[in-house]
Design a protein around this ligand. Structure first.
Ligand code: FAD
Length: 385
């Protein structure tokens, strides 16, 4: 069996690694250049952790993990609101979570597969025909090929999904926010793992990467879903956060590499069936949870692991069905969690800010952290069913 994976992000690369482990050949096509896929931080939770362990990669991820320490929250004038400590959450999860820059995460997966998997960068799909016995594809470099199966792991704005399943808008569930994230140098130490600031309809902050840089994350209420060019992005960020004090002020002045940075609508993807004929969707292309759930990477990795296991065991129609049956309940649950978190994460009023300042430190304190983790984190999937 030979499989084309469209998209070399967490979902696509993990799938390539899991297929490799089962002796199945895959080719990955990735739109971006090598190493230019996301200057923001992602968290690995139980399902991603369990897959990383099975692939023998967990020690490599741990070695590149960002430091865990206190998180300080302030209002938009820099006045302290509340604080908690990520180490409490870490302990509550049995030490099985970590935060890592997406580039570092991708580098580890890439090094793991690239000797055996053909990864073609700056390459996209321009045409696809599924004739029932196989799938003919034309790539942006002009080459043509035929595969047994094609996996769409090309993210939230999946081009493959648009080609075969329907237009982007048909599957979009916007949550009413926009967000942006990029990497900045820090000249003055942050003094915490995370320094966040909030105001009504706004949340912004910097995560310490631990190498003299920080990863920003800004989110604000915005119902529009149109794509914006870099000048418009700058203009909106300045309009929303331009009067905020340090460390936000320096972050906004920093130069941004928009090929690596994130700027988009915060929206979920809901596709009624993840497969069609010999083509199947995986990760954000199938079920984007949004960053609010904090579980998109781990769910993509678990999806990849389960898809590979099912394909090694069954003909593709049954494998696709089993994969969807095993993943769908978790995805539905985490999409609901992500919508709920959104309502609290971006305070809608001064009262909402006060409630958040009061409740969050309690929820994330030692006696309650386990309970909070069980409410908002994904349960561990049975990977080897
Ligand atoms: C700011 C931010 C913070 C986040 N924080 C967390 C977190 O803490 N924890 C967590 O678990 N998740 C987090 N997420 C979510 C997580 O990043 C995604 O859920 C995860 O990356 C999904 O992986 P994916 O491979 O399905 O899609 P993507 O990460 O979108 O990867 C898709 C890949 O496909 C490529 N591609 C796109 N179009 C094409 C095309 N036409 N042809 C070929 N290739 C293409 C892209 O370049 C990319 O490499 C965060 C997301 C953001 C934006």
């Amino acid at each position: 069996m030979r499989i084309l994976i469209v998209g070399g992000g967490p979902a696509g690369l993990t799938l390539a690694a899991c297929l490799k482990a089962r002796g199945i050949e895959s080719v990955v096509i990735e739109k971006a250049e090598k190493g230019r896929t996301g200057g923001y931080s992602i968290g690995l939770h139980v399902n991603g952790w369990n897959v990383a362990e099975r692939l023998g990669l967990i020690e490599a991820f741990k070695a590149k993990a960002m430091p865990l320490g206190p998180a300080l929250h302030r209002d938009r004038f820099g006045r302290k609101l509340f604080s908690y400590d990520y180490r409490t959450l870490y302990k509550a999860s049995g030490g099985r979570i970590l935060a890592i820059m997406r580039n570092a995460f991708q580098d580890i997966l890439t090094s793991h597969v690239e000797a055996d998997v053909d990864i073609r960068y700056r390459t996209t799909l321009t045409d696809i025909t599924d004739d029932g016995d196989g799938v003919d594809v034309t790539l942006s470099d002009g080459s043509r090929d035929r595969f047994d199966l094609v996996v769409g792991a090309d993210g939230y704005r999946s081009a493959l999904r648009a080609m075969l399943f329907g237009p982007h808008e048909a599957f979009l569930r916007p949550l009413g926010y926009r967000a942006s994230a990029w990497r900045v140098p820090v000249t003055k130490p942050l003094g915490a793992s995370f320094v966040g600031m909030m105001d009504v309809d706004h949340q912004g902050g910097l995560y310490d990467i631990g190498d003299g840089h920080a990863a920003t994350l800004f989110c604000w209420r915005d119902d529009r879903t149109d794509r914006l060019d870099p000048d418009e992005r700058r203009e909106i960020l300045n309009r929303q956060f331009g009067t905020w004090p340090e460390p936000v002020a320096s972050a906004l002045r920093s130069s941004v590499d928009w090929d690596e940075a994130f700027f988009d609508t915060v929206a979920q993807i809901e596709v009624p069936n993840w497969s069609k004929g010999r083509v199947v969707l995986l990760g954000d292309a199938a079920w984007c949870l949004t960053f609010l759930a904090g579980q998109g990477t781990s769910t993509a990795m678990a999806g990849a692991y389960i898809l590979a296991a099912e394909l090694a065991d069954k003909p593709h129609p049954q494998a696709f069905e089993a994969y969807e049956q095993r993943l769908r309940p978790l995805v539905t649950r985490m999409q609901a969690v992500s919508r709920k978190i959104g309502g609290h994460y971006i305070p809608q009023s001064r009262m909402g800010m006060r409630i958040q300042s009061w409740i969050l430190p309690i929820m994330l304190s030692k006696p309650f952290a386990k309970l909070a983790a069980s409410q908002f984190s994904a349960p561990a999937l049975e990977l080897d069913a």
